[in-house]
Design a protein. Structure first.
Ligand code: S6P
Ligand code: ZN
Length: 187
């Protein structure tokens, strides 16, 4: 039997065909993610912030892999660039690879002691995200930031720790330049 093919357009970072699942996040569902909640509430709640296209051919089994592409749109909430929610993996020891496809931005990486660093993301950049490390993509450019990813299919997502505690750094526009600023944990 001939199977439908899955196509990964490596220039556009577009994934189509069999077993591709798409999901997106709009501003209205990103409460508590950006520093300036008031500014976010004044913006269009239907404005898309990012979209993920994921190839799921095995389900969340041990030993499996997922392949995905994240498209973070250009934009800002106040002076803070559009970004993903960010997460730890539910299975903390699961690692992940990211690679830059198009656009410009940062990958924020934070360990469990809240030590945070940023890696520049650009076409061709490669990023190893070790286990026990929260990760978030930030689009500091004027076009879509498109980033490929591959991770263990049983890794899962822990969003609640980040929702409660946030990252210890934010990326904001200061005088037209992306700048990392410290963000203290809520009490
Ligand atoms: C999954 C991987 C990415 C993110 C995507 C959206 O482990 O890291 O596919 O899911 O970048 O980010 P988030 O934080 O909303 O899942
Ligand atoms: Zn991940």
């Amino acid at each position: 039997m001939l199977q439908e093919t899955t196509i990964f357009d490596s220039l556009l970072g577009k994934l189509t065909g069999e077993n591709v699942v798409r999901s997106s996040r709009v501003l209205g569902e990103l409460s508590g993610v950006f520093l300036n909640e008031e500014e976010r509430s004044l913006m269009d709640p239907e404005q898309m912030v990012y979209e993920v296209q994921m190839h799921d051919s095995c389900g969340e089994v041990e030993g499996g892999l997922f392949f995905g592409v994240s498209h973070v749109l250009p934009g800002k909430v106040g002076n803070e660039y559009f970004m993903t929610k960010g997460h730890y993996h539910q299975k903390r020891n699961c690692a992940e690879y990211y690679w830059g496809i198009s656009g410009d931005g940062f990958l924020l990486l934070m360990d469990e002691s809240r030590e945070c660093r940023a890696e520049k993301v650009f076409p061709g950049s490669l990023h190893f995200i070790a286990g026990h490390t929260a990760h978030r993509l930030v689009n500091t450019g004027e076009t879509r930031l498109v980033v490929g990813a591959c991770w263990p299919s049983d890794a899962g997502h822990d969003y609640s720790t980040i929702q409660k505690e946030g990252f210890s750094m934010r990326v904001v526009d200061q005088d037209g330049k992306p700048t990392l600023v410290p963000q203290f944990a809520p009490k």
